[in-house]
Design a protein around this ligand. Sequence first.
Ligand code: ZN
Length: 406
Amino acid sequence: MARRANPLPHSSAGDVLQLVRDGEAATRADVARLTGLSRSAVAARVDDLVAVGLLAERADGVSTGGRPPMRLELNAGGGLVLAASLGTSRGQLAVCDLTGTVLATRDTAMAAGSGPEAVLSRLPAWFDALLADEGYDPESVRGIGVAVPGTVELATGRAVGPPSLPGWDGVAIAPVLQRRWPVPVYVDNDVNVMALGEYRTRGDAGDLVFVKVSTGIGAGIVSEGRVYRGALGAAGEIGHIPVAGGRGVRCWCGNVDCLEVLASGRHLVETLAAHGAPVTGVRDVVALAGAGHPEAVRLVRESGRLLGEVLASVVNILNPAVVVLGGDLADAGDPLLAGVREVVYRRSTAVATRELGIVASRLGEQAGLAGCGFLALDRILAPEAVDATLARHAAQSRPVDDAVPA
Ligand SMILES: [Zn+2]
């Protein structure tokens, strides 16, 4: 998370909430110390945040004599955010609280591959059904995060030519949802969102590279608490870096011997099927490797090595604290991790690997949903957004005859 180097006495209520959300301030005294605000100014900001349901103040169980200090917390129940992770073969929906905790999930029969009309026209009804089934108030929705498998133009929330999603090029996703919920809607690439979800779940554990190894291969980069998207939102496309040892096989992107051609789940399915193994999808490959099928284990490990070739360079360039492997093929576990570690620890520089962790995703298939929640929360709970919410609230609750000076 971004740190404020120099807290100033004009810190707003939004700044105060950010301090609490970051875990830097737990009491009014902490806020006063960190911001330089007077006690009465802190009290005014805390009261405003409590009034709009964003902050909760609770008696701390532990008392050392005298009045126990009141603990400030982000009010988890002060609203809901909706999350939709749209994949090429399936979609997942979730309801999250304001801390990003996933409260309820639903797998849907929809697939982004079935085209934008089919998915978007039904998405609001699917969310409504999920809220109703779980007993949540649809009026409590404060924001929505959506992930799609392709590059996303962040400013407009439009998908940009995702090859795996026919018909989605240029489709604006937010307006459809905003007709049902007039709240901020944010759309991002699925791997970026998974990286964000994984980063937040790990606490502030340092820069992170999340690699989704599934039908295709892609990476999301979190640097200094923010997703690094690059100039046009296309950062992290490691699946289209060529690797050595290929036989000149052309990738859909136009290059030959891309990592994705030689190491993706799609490649493993095709190779094993050609050898007569009973596989039709990536999950079958994982099951086969888990059961000790020698060819499946060998191929998964070889995928790990090829991935390691590319990641060795990524590690040299970015020097992340941790590389996280996620996506369906990551469920194959040890053979994949061992292949990646073998190459990265040998090929990257000593300094870049000294404290580097190469680990499996903690969130598994919930990484995308958790990330969609944070995609929305990080923006609707940003200081400027919170201050705008407070200003709207104040304008609405101001008496008509507003004669009392502030
Ligand atoms: Zn390619």
